[in-house]
Design a protein around this ligand. Structure first.
Ligand code: SER
Length: 582
């Protein structure tokens, strides 16, 4: 049975219109890097805007969730997944929604009633316990013992911190050959959640205030990978029909069996699939050190490392073989995979080439520098590998681990910070010898550089980022990717934007956060691997966010008037701007 098709057919029969899956990279929402749930592209309509397809919708939506990146490699997590969903935009509510879920599970998928259990929202001091949902489940035949009432941590759903939200009811399936207990215990992990019905009737603002939405909506989501695994009776998603052919191919290419190599094979399969979907997205993402491009780079580099672990040859086409399998499997549902097949293959192979070069050089140095009899790689060696040879610290850790060694990680980060501090002081010292002898000017140019970067992203395109920067007391210099000489109009627009932001006297905030969080929230960073786990981010209102050591002015109004003095080629595909503050 094709669950995806059955799902759409069932909801169409019940008056829903199928909407196409939105791109993985959200089109109008700069606050998230990827769509993480089926409802995300529907936010304006959940808030009350009229949807062109009506008030009953269904779809399968491509999603990327990176919150559990480190858990990839276990049986159930994926970075990319598909979510089946049905929505009521101010149309039906709890009774019908629960009825549809129940009917689809028990009549279409033929899941026996005794394998199901339910959680409903227990309520809190603002919202009452959801008796309507509980009663509806009972009416359909679910016993009181199979209903658990849980608090907001479990049964109140919101994407992120603010937005449309509401209490939910979740459906669980008993995935085990053991006798099914009469009483449902949600902490017993033989019960797995398969479907979530959210009753979106509230809006939570940034200050945490909850108000009622204009309309009462239903937002449901069922992860395709999970329901397929459940119905096929496997407890490892990668053994389901979604993955089994890919895993088989990996076994064939490597000559190894899945048993004993599960983690590496799962990571390779999962990360190649996600990379294919990101690279094929109409947003045209390429591996880079910022935003979605950074995630793509990280995924590619991570599966390459796992492939090396399995002994796969880097010059082999293992990645292309798997990517082609993914494309073939999904192109009938997602036509961009078909349209952008060559782009995807080129992205994967060129990033592999780049990374393999870094790896080879780093590994040679690793062998030279590390005494093979040592138990702990000291901080000086770890830092030298990283700083001089560009060998990411994660790789030093992995190489050490393979050889039964440890790495003095605390020492490494200590050296890292010392080094950052030193180069900052050095650049200040150099500056003191400069013409004006006044470091305030340099500080202003630092902030102006962030504004210029943000303006160029708007005028030239989101692919702009800093490739090089140099500041003297007289001017700033900024290199960025761009395939053409900037027109006078583009230069004028860039100047105008920067000057507008200066006039608005925007606050410049200094924030500290984990590197992961900084990247997730879209902070720009030139050399991501060169930063420690906790980073400083400078945020200028909502127009710019960059990882940066500073220093910066506290308000853009301090900068004066910004003027581009020169725009020229720096190297192939790279333009250079020199600009001043008057
Ligand atoms: N938005 C809810 C979820 O992601 C239901 O689709 O679980």
């Amino acid at each position: 049975m094709n669950i995806r098709d059955e799902f759409i057919k069932f909801f169409e029969k019940n008056g829903h219109k199928q909407i196409p899956s939105s791109p993985i990279v959200p089109e109008n929402d700069p606050t998230v890097l990827f769509n993480t749930a089926g409802m995300q592209p529907l936010v304006p309509y959940l808030m009350g805007e009229e949807h062109p397809y009506g008030r009953r919708l269904c779809d399968y939506q491509k999603c990327v969730r990176l919150t559990d990146l480190d858990e990839i490699g276990d049986k159930t997590h994926h970075t990319f997944f598909e979510m089946l969903g049905n929505w009521s935009l101010g149309d039906y509510f709890k009774k019908e929604a629960i009825g549809y879920s129940f009917e689809f599970l028990t009549k279409v998928l033929n899941i026996p009633l005794e394998r199901l259990a339910i959680t409903v929202f227990a309520g809190d001091n603002k919202i009452p316990r959801d008796e309507v949902a509980a009663n509806r489940w009972k009416e359909l035949g679910i016993s009181e013992d199979r209903i658990a009432y849980l608090g907001a941590e479990d049964n109140f759903w919101i994407a992120g911190e603010s937005g449309p939200c509401g209490g939910d009811t979740e459906i669980f399936y008993f995935r085990s050959d053991d006798d099914i207990p009469e009483k449902f215990d949600p902490s017993d992990d033989r019960w797995v959640e398969i479907w979530n019905n959210v009753f979106m009737e509230f809006y939570k603002d940034e200050n945490g205030n909850i108000t009622e939405l204009k309309q009462k909506n239903v937002d449901t989501g069922m992860g395709l990978e999970r329901i397929v695994a459940v119905l096929e009776g496997v407890d490892d998603n990668y053994k389901s029909s979604i993955w089994s052919d890919i895993i088989k191919r990996l076994e064939k290419i490597s000559g190894l069996s899945y048993e004993g190599n599960e983690k590496s094979m799962r990571i390779i399969a999962d990360h190649i699939r996600t990379s294919v979907f990101i690279a094929a997205d109409p947003a045209g993402i390429k591996p880079s050190n910022t935003d979605q491009g950074y995630i793509l780079r990280r995924l590619i580099r991570r599966y390459i490392r796992q492939a090396r672990k399995l002994g796969l040859l880097m010059e082999s086409d293992f990645d292309e073989q798997i990517a082609l399998m993914v494309i073939e499997k999904y192109e009938k549902y997602y036509s961009e995979l078909f349209d952008n097949k060559q782009v995807v293959l080129d992205v994967l192979s060129s990033e592999k080439k780049k990374f393999v070069k870094t790896l080879e050089k780093g590994l040679r140095e690793f062998e030279k520098l590390v005494d093979m009899d040592t138990k702990v790689i000291n901080k000086d060696i770890a830092f030298k590998l990283y700083d001089t040879y560009g060998f990411p610290i994660e790789l030093t850790l992995e190489e050490a681990d393979d050889r039964g060694m440890k790495v003095d990680l605390d020492g490494f980060y200590e050296k890292f910070r010392e080094h950052q501090e030193k180069s900052r002081t050095a650049s200040k010292g150099k500056f003191k010898g400069g013409l004006s002898g006044n470091s305030e000017v340099e500080t202003k140019y630092h902030t102006a550089t962030h504004l210029l970067n943000a303006a160029l992203k708007k005028v030239i395109g989101p692919e702009v980022h800093q490739l090089g920067s140099n500041i003297t007391p007289e001017r700033l210099r900024f290199d960025f990717p761009c395939d053409h000489k900037m027109t006078d109009e583009e230069k004028k627009q860039t100047e105008e934007l920067v000057n507008k932001w200066i006039e608005e006297d925007l606050p410049v905030e200094k924030l500290e956060m984990s590197k992961e969080k900084a990247i997730q929230s879209g902070a720009e960073c030139t050399f991501i691997d060169r930063y420690p786990d906790v980073v400083t981010v400078y945020k200028i209102d909502d127009i710019s966010m960059e990882l940066c050591g500073g220093p910066h002015v506290s308000h853009t109004g301090e900068l004066g008037h910004f003027k581009i003095k020169k725009e020229e080629a720096s190297s192939a595909g790279v333009r250079r701007i020199k600009a001043i503050l008057e």
